[in-house]
Design a protein around this ligand. Structure first.
Ligand SMILES: [Zn+2]
Length: 108
């Protein structure tokens, strides 16, 4: 699964001050700065279309461990530690209102 990093045309790059930057969970870098000084930031994302919640806290090769049909653990391919997870059918765990709040906040 690829990383989802939103691009904001009006955001100012923290590295060079240029307009137009990717939003790395609150840190902004234009494509040029991001490519030469990329620092991984943990990210969590709810994808409404698939009804899944994805979290990852390290930029490493990932080994997916399917715990059951709705929950997948991501382990590091380097040292086997847990570096993320994915919940499928996430909305079954939360009320509709909580899901709406998550979507609203991540679109801010
Ligand atoms: Zn820049």
């Amino acid at each position: 699964m690829s990383k989802i990093v939103p691009f904001d045309n009006n955001a100012i790059c923290d590295g060079c001050g240029q307009k137009g930057a990717h939003d790395f969970m609150g840190d902004f870098y234009c494509p040029e700065c991001a490519s030469k000084d990329f620092k991984f930031h943990p990210f969590i994302y709810y994808i409404k279309l698939g009804d899944l919640l994805h979290y990852q806290n390290a930029d490493e090769a990932v080994v997916a461990e399917h715990v059951d049909q709705n929950f997948t653990l991501y382990r590091s391919g380097v040292d086997d530690r847990i570096i993320g997870f994915e919940f499928n059918r996430f909305s079954k765990l939360l009320s509709k209102k909580m899901i709406e709040e998550i979507i609203e906040k991540q679109n801010d």
